[in-house]
Design a protein around this ligand. Structure first.
Ligand SMILES: [Cu+2]
Length: 162
């Protein structure tokens, strides 16, 4: 039992370290919550991406159907995937399922919110406003910290990330 507890503490510490100062937003626990949100650094006219963990605490299946931000020309939902040539490509998604009592993880190399055509540089310490749109739930607006992308290691995870 003690060993399990130690493991949990260790994992918790690692998670905290990995997430740095990523944002957190709590509602009353019967809603959709966003955790650990952050956006990667990028230059004006370039693209950034936002990542987060979404929890659906409601009993209604939902979908993330889009997002918007005034720091960029457009915002899209993407899925990064290895293609037949062994390179990462990003496929625009109409929506991503967020099942009742379920989670949705947006992370480098997987689902992410692509922030396209930045109107300004995004530097570490900056914050951007991003509004998430859902099929059923009302919009959620987040203030997202800009962070340096971690080196994820492995092949195909270089500057072309997300
Ligand atoms: Cu993308």
């Amino acid at each position: 039992m003690k060993r399990i507890l130690m493991m949990l503490v260790l994992v918790g510490t690692l998670l905290l370290t990995a997430c740095g100062a990523a944002g957190d937003e709590h509602t009353d626990g019967t809603d959709i919550e966003a955790h650990d949100f952050w956006a990667r650094t990028a230059l004006k006219d370039g693209n950034s991406a936002a990542y987060m963990l979404l929890h659906n605490h409601t009993e209604t299946d939902d979908e993330l159907i889009g997002a918007s931000s005034d720091v960029a020309a457009s915002v899209e939902i993407h899925l990064s995937q290895m293609n037949a040539n062994g390179t990462m490509e990003m496929i625009p998604q109409e929506s991503i399922a967020l099942p009742a009592e379920g989670d949705l993880e947006l992370k480098p190399g997987s689902y992410h919110i692509m922030i396209i055509g930045l109107k300004q540089d995004l530097n570490v310490g900056d914050e951007i406003t991003l509004t998430l749109h859902f099929k059923n739930h009302k919009d959620i607006t987040l203030t997202i910290p800009v962070m340096e992308a971690q080196n994820m290691g492995g092949s195909g995870m270089d500057g072309h990330m997300p």
